[in-house]
Design a protein around this ligand. Structure first.
Ligand code: ADP
Length: 396
């Protein structure tokens, strides 16, 4: 079906949105994008148009009490004022957890919504916000079809040997296992590879999604067979404020010997660790690069971030039985040429080397001619959600 799709990505303190025009045959065009940031503090609304109309930027009245519903009301009103709400054919949501049941995008009716609510304990920091955005759209535009796309779904192909933890079987059967996340981004890149690099897409590839959150995905013939995030989005690589993999005994020690509550440990591991915790300066890679020359802890944070990526790519290569290509994506992966160069230098033993000029220019192909291919492909989670949404509402 052709028309305009509203894509919503609701986080704890923000709602990001994009308006994507689709012709129903896989061609999509972003018409506008926006965000409400700082919900619960000093909320601000930003909205930009791709046709050159002036951007909107406004504080939200009574912003300290602004809720997800207020944010979505503002988004829908803005769309109504500038495009007409009747042009919307559906809303597509990013939903972090699909559990065992949802292995593909789904139309949100009452059964699916009830099932998603049951998954809140698996993603308590994200799932409630995703669901409140769905509720808000349901209340404000009850006839608009809504679709959920899951960060976990792309990893449904991971085999049990890589998916299960070495825990008692009864716990595995309760769903205590690796799910993996960033699946919407990984499926966008996998689809892009199929379209643009069909030969490589059939081989063994690692996608490095390196943003504030960061994870790797090992692709065999385009399907996920291993990933670094686990039961939660806390596992795996070091991230902006998250620790990534640590010895779980650290948590018992902190609770028993440092008298920290479970909530305090959780807040520390999710929000005060990673680049921020190690550097004591910032979770933002750009800020760390700027400070690095005079700041030993910023240098250590960057070095640890880089080391962990190299080490985990080695692990992915072992899981795949070889590695034919690497794709860098997301904020750091797309923009930090120094990081990409250091990672590729660390992977010389797997047949990778960098073309320094191409890398500095942020070319699509940044590997030397003698190297296995290393690519930079900007991710587009919103486009992926819009495509999946259009497919589901298109009558077959
Ligand atoms: P999120 O996971 O929040 O979507 P992004 O994918 O936007 O995050 O990535 C944010 C990260 O990308 C930040 O650490 C930011 O510093 C980094 N980044 C963005 N631009 C650059 C750049 N030019 N050089 C280095 N890092 C960058």
């Amino acid at each position: 079906m052709s028309g305009m799709i509203l894509v919503l990505n609701a986080g704890s303190s923000s709602v990001k949105c994009a308006l994507i025009e689709t012709n129903g045959h896989g061609h999509d065009h972003e018409t506008a994008r926006g965000s409400v940031d700082g919900l619960g503090q000093d909320a601000r609304f930003r909205f930009s148009f791709s046709d050159g109309r002036p951007n909107l930027q406004l504080p939200i009245a009574g912003s300290k009490a602004a809720t997800h519903k207020d944010a979505i009301e503002l988004v829908l009103k803005t769309i109504d004022d500038h495009f007409g709400l009747s042009r919307l054919i559906a809303a597509g949501h990013r939903v972090v957890h699909g559990g065992d049941e949802f292995r593909a995008p789904v139309i949100l009716e009452s059964h699916a919504l009830a099932a998603l609510k049951k998954l809140i304990p698996l993603a308590p920091l994200h799932q409630p916000h995703n669901l409140s955005a769905i509720d808000a759209v349901g209340a404000l535009a009850p006839h608009l079809p809504q679709i959920a796309c899951f960060d976990t779904a792309f990893h449904a192909t991971i085999p049990a040997v890589a998916r299960n933890f070495a825990l008692p079987k009864a716990l595995t059967e309760k769903g205590i296992r690796r799910y993996g996340f960033h699946g919407i981004s990984f499926s966008y890149i996998a689809q892009h590879l199929r379209e643009t690099e069909p030969e490589l897409a059939h081989k063994d590839v690692v996608i490095a999604h390196l943003g504030n959150g960061a994870s790797l995905c090992a692709l065999k013939g385009g399907h996920s067979v291993a990933t670094t995030m686990g039961f939660s989005a806390l596992d795996g690589l070091m991230m902006g404020t998250r620790c990534g993999t640590i010895d779980p005994a650290v948590i018992f020690y902190l609770m028993r010997d440092e008298n920290m509550s479970a909530e305090a440990v959780e807040t520390m591991l999710y929000g005060q660790s990673g680049l921020l915790g190690v550097s004591g300066l910032s979770n933002d890679m750009r800020a760390l690069r700027q400070a690095a020359a005079d700041h030993a802890d910023a240098r250590l944070a960057i070095a640890m971030f880089t080391y962990r990526i190299i080490r985990e790519i080695g692990s992915m290569a072992a899981a795949l039985g070889g590695l034919d290509g690497i794709v860098f994506t997301a904020g750091i992966g797309e923009h930090d040429s120094e990081l990409r160069e250091d990672v590729l230098n660390g992977l010389g033993f797997l047949g990778f080397s960098v073309d320094r000029k191409a890398n500095a220019r942020h070319d699509r192909v940044i590997s030397a001619s003698s190297s296995n291919p290393a690519l930079v492909i900007p991710t587009n989670e919103e486009a992926m959600i819009a495509r999946s949404t259009a497919k589901l509402i298109t009558p077959v």
